[in-house]
Design a protein around this ligand. Structure first.
Ligand code: PLP
Length: 374
């Protein structure tokens, strides 16, 4: 069976080629990066690191792991750095010896793809439009209750995993640490894995499960430098979990998968506290503004968000297709959510960008939606 390549946002090179325009002239709302861009200190560290590329990179990213250990108050042995968090997501099914993955959707398609590529069975519990995509906690806990007995009987407890993205993409909704306590209790009782993807958690750091690691031996947390530090082209992410788990994941990865420039970027990024604080303050204000402006437009149902993007439902897939294609002709990319597994309603996702860009997006949307009324 051939498993199709996933569709992701950020396809600027393809659009630039199609329009015959340079990449820098496009405006990308489809991949959600920090609107403040890459910080000056990260750029400087990367330039410096390029001069040192005549050596192999440190295969264990030791300096970066030491800094992450300090950042999260956890042992270095509990951390593994990867070539983007997606490299680690790919390695997880084999590393954990999974037989079943339950995905809390609609969400990032690489969980399902990675499981299927490894021949692992999947199922899902999905957030629904009627509840404005609030995470489906009750349904998840119900499934976990049902898992308990058969899993014990078959002795297969350790091969099942729950995949949760928090805050979730594309919905923007989050699960609070308090609500996670119920999931953690159920997972601890059953003895399955809990994989939490915190790729967007830097935008709402108080909801991270890092402080809960010691309470859940089978908790594995994925983190990414891509979004908050706006370095998608560099590829840098990491995973945190029990040291035995970290060793199993590492065994699945090629040597030197994290290059020297990426390691230097990660260190500089973590140390740039001013940029981190400025980014959070900016996002809180600008996201509120953008949500307000979008809510004033016709035919959009705007979801609340804890991340650096917002999702809006539209009345039909025709509307979604029209918005996507008309914006593309203007060199603007937005994310059509129909390719997210578990997404039942037509919807679009927009990154929160700088104020001027966001204003431009709202105006362009208004024109397109007004035209469609006629
Ligand atoms: C939820 C989620 N997790 C992980 C990733 C991959 O991140 P990285 O660039 O670290 O591989 C993405 C990228 O879009 C994502 O949306």
């Amino acid at each position: 069976m051939v498993i199709q390549r996933a569709i992701h946002g950020g396809q600027v090179y393809q659009l630039a080629k199609r329009l015959g325009r340079p990449v820098e002239t496009l405006v990308d709302y489809s991949a959600s990066m920090n609107p403040l861009g890459t910080s000056a200190s990260v750029l400087k560290a990367m330039h410096h690191a390029v001069d040192e590329c005549q050596h192999y990179p440190d295969p264990d990213s030791e300096e970066l792991r030491a800094r992450l250990s300090q950042e999260h108050g956890i042992a270095e042995e509990a951390i593994l750095v990867g070539n983007g968090s997606v490299e680690i997501i790919r390695a997880l099914p084999k590393a954990l010896g999974l037989r079943h993955g339950l995905i809390v959707g609609p969400t990032f398609s690489e969980f399902e793809r990675s499981l299927r590529l490894a021949g692992v069975a999947t199922s899902s519990v999905d957030a629904v439009s009627a509840q404005r995509y609030a995470p489906p906690l009750e349904s998840l806990l119900d499934v976990l209750k049902k898992w308990k007995r058969p899993l014990r009987l078959k002795g297969a407890v350790s091969n099942y995993a729950v995949f949760v993205c928090n805050p979730n993409s594309p919905t923007g909704r989050h699960i609070s640490r308090r609500d996670f306590r119920h999931i953690i209790s159920a997972v601890n009782r059953i003895g399955c894995w809990l994989i939490v993807d915190e790729a967007f958690i830097d935008w709402c750091p108080s909801h991270s499960l890092m402080p809960d690691l010691s309470r859940c031996p089978r908790l594995v947390i994925l983190r990414s430098f891509t979004k908050f530090f706006s370095i998608p082209g560099i590829r840098l992410g990491y995973v945190v979990g029990a040291s035995s788990v970290i060793q199993s994941i590492q065994a699945q990865l090629p040597p030197w998968s994290v290059n020297h420039v990426a390691q230097a970027a990660g260190l500089a990024a973590l140390n740039d506290w001013r940029f981190r604080q400025r980014s959070l303050t900016f996002m809180q204000q600008e996201r509120t503004r953008l949500l307000r402006q979008l809510r004033a437009l016709p035919r959009l149902r705007v979801m609340t968000s804890q991340a650096n993007f917002v999702m809006v439902e539209v009345s039909s897939q025709v509307v979604a297709d029209t918005v996507v294609s008309r914006l593309q002709t203007q060199g603007v990319l937005v994310r059509d959510c129909q390719t997210f597994p578990g997404m039942m309603q037509p919807a679009l996702r927009f990154a929160v960008r700088l104020r001027r860009d966001n204003h431009g997006l709202v105006q362009a949307l208004k024109h397109i939606l007004d035209d469609m009324k006629m």
